[in-house]
Design a protein around this ligand. Structure first.
Ligand code: ADP
Length: 373
């Protein structure tokens, strides 16, 4: 079967078309038929579409909203010139949507029906920056492909539904949790879940025995403590702002800073939150870029002090989380890296685990060097 996977962001739509079935999935032999991005939805959009084995096609065109973006993607997939090896839209058997926040209600992926849509509407105030766009994408795909094509919602939070109370509650007045669902939810769940599964397949270990720390290090970054195959702690919290240092997000800070910075800079709390989300992290410290590859180049080629500092703080925070999760898990068998930085940067992997040999963690320098993007 062919599954169209959609990831609707605030002003972008990313997609992939995957040929899969239970047998292919079990053999890890899913096939990506096409991928692409519609960027800058709401204005003159940049479309980058690519069928497998073909050069990417780029074009700019006005794209009013998410529905128009979905229509553009489908029109391209169905066109004769795209090179996507399917015989028209009839051969799209299902759509999978990435949904950032499932709240406490969604504990696993679900097929979308009217009740699911009602419950999704209920999550909007928990993730006002993400879920409205995810939901818009679901409505758009439903309208364009018709109600006959099944749609699944896959939640970033769902894998973390196994967090125990002592890990997900903040030490603030309990009624705030009851009244407003203020708690830690965790994100990047699909990624942590997938790499824990791959670890299990590669080592031949039964699920109940898997006790590892996973690090998803991309533009967003999070750590996860996994015991018995389940998430038992994770670094992102009520929103994806908590935890590790990220491309433009601060990760952990003293919450009293919000008021202090607001008063000193003549800003509102919302302005400061924006700074913590969009102008902090690697970008904020270096003053140069949020992009780790560029920072590493800058540190290497120009020995830029703040680029080096940003990298050091990034590695140090990640190392502290590994230490915390080793304590939470009572030890672990492995640290697993993923995400653009985790998969591609030997230097960062080494920077993070450097000094963790005391607990038996060893990085094979040769294998580490070989895993380069
Ligand atoms: P997103 O969270 O947006 O999906 P990715 O997982 O693609 O992001 O990760 C993007 C990050 O990965 C960027 O900081 C990028 O510089 C970094 N990255 C990609 N390749 C490399 C590399 N070879 N070395 C270091 N960093 C890399």
């Amino acid at each position: 079967m062919n599954v169209l996977v959609l990831n609707n962001g605030s002003s972008s739509l990313k997609f992939q078309l995957i040929r899969t079935d239970p047998d292919l999935a079990a053999r890890d032999a899913d096939e990506r038929l096409a991928r692409g991005v519609v960027d800058r939805i709401g204005g003159q959009a940049l479309l980058t579409f690519q069928a497998a084995g073909r050069p990417a096609r780029r074009e700019t065109t006005p794209v009013r909203d998410h529905r128009t973006a979905v229509e553009e993607v489908l029109r391209w997939i169905a066109s004769e010139t795209s090179g996507v090896p399917i015989g028209g839209l009839r051969e799209i058997d299902a759509v999978g949507h990435r949904v950032v926040h499932g709240g406490e209600y969604f504990r696993r992926s679900v097929l979308v029906d009217d009740e699911v849509l009602r419950n999704l509407e209920d999550t909007l105030d928990l993730a006002p920056l993400h879920n409205p766009h995810n939901l818009r994408g679901i409505y758009a795909a439903r309208e364009v492909l018709g109600p006959g094509v099944p749609q699944a919602a896959v939640f970033d939070t769902a894998f973390h539904h196994t967090l125990p109370e002592h890990a997900y509650l903040y030490a603030i007045p309990y009624p705030l949790y009851r009244r407003h669902r203020v708690r830690r939810y965790g994100f990047h769940g699909t990624s942590h879940r997938y790499v824990a599964y791959r670890y299990r397949v590669l080592t031949g270990m039964p699920r109940e025995k898997v006790r590892i720390v996973t690090l998803h290090l991309g533009n967003g970054a999070s750590a996860c403590a996994i015991a018995g195959g389940n998430s038992v702690d994770t670094s992102m919290g009520f929103t994806p702002l908590e935890g590790l240092v990220m491309g433009t997000r601060s990760g952990d800070i003293d919450p009293a800073l919000v008021d202090y910075i607001a008063a000193k800079e003549g800003l509102t709390a919302a302005d400061v939150e924006l700074i913590l989300n969009k102008q902090s992290g690697l970008l904020g410290i270096s003053g140069l870029t949020h992009d780790m590859r560029d920072l590493l180049a800058e540190a290497r080629e120009h020995d830029d002090r703040r680029a080096r500092l940003a990298i050091d703080i990034f590695c140090y925070r990640a190392r502290k989380y590994i230490g915390a999760y080793l304590a939470a898990l009572g030890g672990a068998d492995a640290v697993v890296f993923t995400g653009g930085i985790g998969e591609n940067s030997p230097e960062i992997r080494e920077g993070i685990v450097d000094g963790l040999q005391w607990f038996g963690l060893e990085l094979d320098p040769e294998s580490n060097r070989q895993m380069v993007g």
